[in-house]
Design a protein around this ligand. Structure first.
Ligand code: PAF
Length: 290
């Protein structure tokens, strides 16, 4: 496993692999790796010959009052975990390497509308930070494919759109969320939960599953399903930001003909802001035709 900190030597290392005919699969992360990240690395290993993992806590995607300073940095444990897997190169840039002209001067990449809905409403500027850093990482690594978790469903949708709109030659692969035994989606931010809050936290996924079941039972009033989900989360002790039923393809509000939906929620529990989602396939048209 090779560790690179700078752009030029990283490119040289990757070029050498490419000249041997190897394809490159890339997993961008902010470190503090858990089983969810390791699953992304596993998928990258299945899809590409060389696996590159980046670890960079991107200041551009944190709001003023967010947890940039306290975000867990666990490089030693992360390197050990990646050492046990099929990882060829770890890229560990610092702020100077990622933003040589500084954060203010950095050229930004913005996917309009998609970046402003759902989490974008509550974390202004967050997705511009994500698309800007992912764009720069893609240009540095030049991967054939890049792997992202579906837990950050909006992020994944925005990155797919960026890649499409900017004609970037990168295949974006989405991987299912890895969960704790009680259903809580794995996340670096789960560590902010107190034991009492940790016991409540699986209620987020349970509420999403219940909403999915309601839609599957042919509940067509999506606004009612959203309101019920929001209320249930509040009753459980969460402070919900949103509970929303959307179209999978573009996260727009679904019409009666839409079959591939996703229910997304974000809710605060003490210091932790948890996000999760479940996909729903309705097959409405097929049922109507039978
Ligand atoms: O999902 C994350 O960990 C981050 O948003 C990403 C994609 C690594 C960009 O900083």
């Amino acid at each position: 496993m090779i560790v690179e900190h700078e752009v030029a030597p990283l490119r040289e290392t990757i070029l050498m692999r490419r000249s041997r005919g190897e394809s490159v699969a890339f997993v961008p992360t902010m470190g503090n790796l858990h089983a969810g990240h390791l699953d992304l690395v596993r998928v990258a290993g299945e899809r590409g010959d060389s696996v590159v993992v980046s670890i960079y806590v991107n200041p551009l995607q944190f709001g003023e009052n967010e947890d940039l300073d306290s975000y867990p940095r666990t490089l030693e444990a992360d390197s050990a975990a990646l050492g046990d897997l099929d990882v060829d190169i770890i890229f560990l840039p610092d702020d100077r390497t990622m933003y040589p002209a500084g954060l203010e001067e950095q050229t930004k990449v913005m996917v309009p509308e998609l970046s402003e809905t759902l989490c974008g409403r509550f974390r202004p500027g967050h997705f511009v930070g994500v698309t800007t850093v992912v764009n720069r990482l893609f240009n540095i690594v030049q991967p054939d494919i890049a792997v992202f978790g579906k837990k950050d469903y909006q992020q994944l949708t925005i990155i797919r759109r960026m890649v499409r709109d900017l004609a970037m030659p990168v295949g974006v692969v989405g991987v299912d969320t890895i969960r704790e035994a009680d259903g809580l989606a794995m996340s670096s931010r789960n560590r902010y939960l107190t034991p009492k809050q940790r016991a409540v936290a699986p209620g987020l996924h349970k509420t999403l599953r219940e909403a999915r079941d309601a839609l599957r039972r042919n509940e067509t009033d999506t606004v009612g399903v959203e309101a019920q989900g929001y209320r249930k989360l509040s009753d459980l002790g969460f402070s919900p930001d949103y509970f929303s039923v959307r179209r999978q393809s573009d996260l727009a509000a679904p019409g009666p003909e839409d079959e591939s939906l996703v229910i997304l929620a974000a809710a605060r529990l003490g210091q932790a802001r948890l996000i999760d989602n479940v996909e729903v396939e309705l097959g409405r048209r097929k049922e109507a035709m039978n």
